[in-house]
Write a protein that binds this ligand. Structure first.
Ligand code: SF4
Length: 151
């Protein structure tokens, strides 16, 4: 009897969790949990469009970019992204594509896209084919490699 009640309650909780999942482009899970972990010690890559979009806001490339082996990354200042202020992104509407899609990441060894379990809220997100295509395209552009399944 007790087990049946528990099982039912668990199913209801599970259903609520599924209803509360958000697309990877949503900021709601981060807002709800007041989390900006992914903006600390960031290793986020930047594509040409990201750099141009941020430059159009008046920032100079050297203010927000670091180059490593020919690849541009967001700069960290005091262990956090240069654009993070009081836990919020200063350029949210213009943030890099990789930021907009996180916690969706690409695993080159397995050639799959997946939700990064380093994100404490990964289970609150879901992704669709369009997100997967976009991240594969981003990786292919930034690293100059053919990514299997890239459109
Ligand atoms: S650009 Fe914005 S979302 Fe991306 S790491 Fe920096 S603060 Fe976070």
């Amino acid at each position: 009897m007790t087990r049946r009640i528990n099982a039912g309650a668990g199913e209801e909780r599970g259903e609520r969790c599924i209803r509360q999942r958000y697309p990877v482009t949503s900021s709601l899970p981060c807002q709800i949990s007041k989390c900006s972990l992914c903006c600390h010690n960031t290793e986020m890559v930047l594509c040409d469009a990201d750099v141009k979009r941020i430059e159009s806001l008046g920032y100079k490339r050297e203010e927000f970019c670091v180059e490593v082996d020919g690849v541009l990354y967001l700069k960290n200042v005091n262990s956090a992204c240069v654009f993070l202020r009081n836990g919020l992104c200063k350029i949210y509407e213009y943030r890099p594509m990789g930021c907009a899609l996180y916690p969706l990441i690409y695993d080159p060894e397995l050639n799959i896209c997946l939700l990064d379990h380093d994100c404490p809220n990964y289970y609150m997100f879901y992704f669709e084919e369009v997100h997967e295509k976009t991240i594969r395209k981003l990786v292919a552009e930034v690293f100059g490699e053919k990514v299997n399944g890239n459109a």
